[in-house]
Design a protein around this ligand. Structure first.
Ligand code: AMP
Ligand code: ZN
Ligand code: ZN
Length: 406
């Protein structure tokens, strides 16, 4: 009896070990704010290599609003921000008087804000070990909602250390080694905001991050994993210039009303007093110039931006290049007016990101039209042959043609 038990244990151990070894490898990389057309500047030979040897989409369409946290979380959950919980980079829960901000290291770890299931959690439940060298949501509590291996976000962390971190995890013994990993770099977004998308600083950031991609390739070759690893390179949104001459002070328009303002720049959320919603909306509608004003009820369905309880009653979306301000934010906006930002309508060309994918799962030298970022979660599930959550917005059928044999 004892012998049979031992044999069974050995058998389970061996099958687990072999099933882990036969799992695919996927590295999901995000270059923050890397606009769809940056690869055409001739500065990124390693992206070019991905294009030649893999799949290249003309762009990756973000969700509305085209901001960092809503979109990174949409990519890993397959859900629109209204459903994944991250409706913006900063949020307010009026029912419990709690605030969320990406700079608040306590809030970003609070799992209550994150309503979707990130791919790493789906994967871990299916016996796939995962790791994250930064990704919005990857630090959240409780622990079972995080990747097995993760790093606390550090803006100053050298990019090379991040690549080395990925390689370190990939050289762990097979039974501890992650098969799904995320990697994040923000230099293109930083320099885009400060100097604008056409600046030499953005070009330097493109070169630097592309170099890091090259380093990742050579390191994967050194550890003999290059041929068996799928690499998906994405960005969360694009970038477009702002100007001192393209600002609308919303507080001036609403000076007769006491309202609560959130966001600012390309989008603004307004919560009026309960009995003044219609009046405030009508005032904004009358003055509507360089922006569109919507209520939670009449916002066009394509934005998928109404179902969340933390979305205030009124949503303003500025025209491309225009910024919405309040009296207090005007000064700050003026100081940033030589730069650029994002957050505008997710269908605008300037807000589009990138999608490249290379590896054993993908077609080679295959160029496709725009891909939606919410469809990446079902794609990841397909690559690992596991079932996606039933409540996701993304659809495999919209993207599976990028896979070999589909
Ligand atoms: P945005 O305001 O939409 O341009 O946000 C970009 C910024 O988000 C980056 O410059 C980072 O400072 C910040 N960020 C990115 N990932 C994380 C993270 N995992 N935790 C905290 N902050 C982050
Ligand atoms: Zn971003
Ligand atoms: Zn940004």
């Amino acid at each position: 009896m004892k012998k049979i038990f031992l044999l069974a244990v050995v058998f389970i151990f061996i099958t687990n070990a072999t099933s882990a070894q036969s799992q695919p490898y996927v590295i999901l990389i995000s270059f923050d704010g890397f606009r769809w057309d940056y690869p055409d500047r001739g500065l990124s030979p390693n992206i070019e290599l991905m294009k030649e040897n893999g799949v290249a989409a003309s762009s990756l369409r973000p969700c509305f609003p085209s901001k960092t946290f809503p979109n990174h979380y949409a990519i890993v959950t397959g859900m629109y921000p209204e459903n994944n919980g991250l409706i913006a980079n900063s949020m307010y829960d009026p029912y419990h008087h709690r605030k969320y901000a990406l700079s608040d290291s306590v809030a970003v770890k609070d799992g209550r804000w994150y309503l979707g299931e990130a791919f790493w959690e789906t994967a871990e439940r299916n016996g796939i070990t995962t790791a994250s060298y930064f990704w919005p949501g990857s630090e959240m509590n409780p622990a079972y909602r995080r990747p097995t291996y993760f790093e606390h976000y550090d803006h100053a962390k050298p990019l090379q250390d991040r690549v080395e971190g990925i390689i370190h995890w990939l050289t762990l013994p097979p039974n501890q080694r992650p098969h799904f990993l995320t990697l994040y770099m923000e230099r293109t977004d930083d320099n885009g905001h400060h100097y604008g998308p056409e600046s030499k600083e953005v070009n330097e950031a493109i070169r630097l991050q592309d170099n890091m991609l090259g380093l990742l390739f050579s390191e994967l070759k050194r550890i003999n994993l290059f041929d068996s690893t799928n690499i998906i390179l994405v960005s969360d949104h694009g970038m477009s210039g702002v100007s001192k001459t393209r600002m609308v002070n919303i507080e001036k328009i609403l000076e007769d009303y006491k309202v609560h303002y959130q966001q600012g720049g390309p989008i603004m959320f307004i919560q009026p007093k309960a009995d003044e919603v219609e009046e405030v909306y009508n005032r904004l509608l009358k003055k509507e110039e360089h922006y569109n004003v919507y209520t939670k009820e009449n916002i066009p369905a394509r934005f998928h931006f109404s179902k969340n309880p933390f979305i205030p009653e009124i949503i303003l979306s500025a025209d491309l290049g225009w910024s919405l301000t309040t009296n207090s934010s005007e000064k700050y906006m003026m100081s940033m007016a030589d730069g650029a930002t994002h957050g505008w309508d997710n269908n605008l060309m300037d807000m589009q990101g990138i999608f490249f994918a290379m590896g054993p799962a993908f077609k080679k030298g295959y160029q496709v039209a725009t891909v939606n970022n919410i469809d990446i979660y079902p794609l990841l599930c397909k690559i690992f042959n596991i079932s996606p959550r039933s409540n996701v917005d993304g659809k495999l059928e919209n993207i599976e043609y990028v896979l070999k044999g589909r």
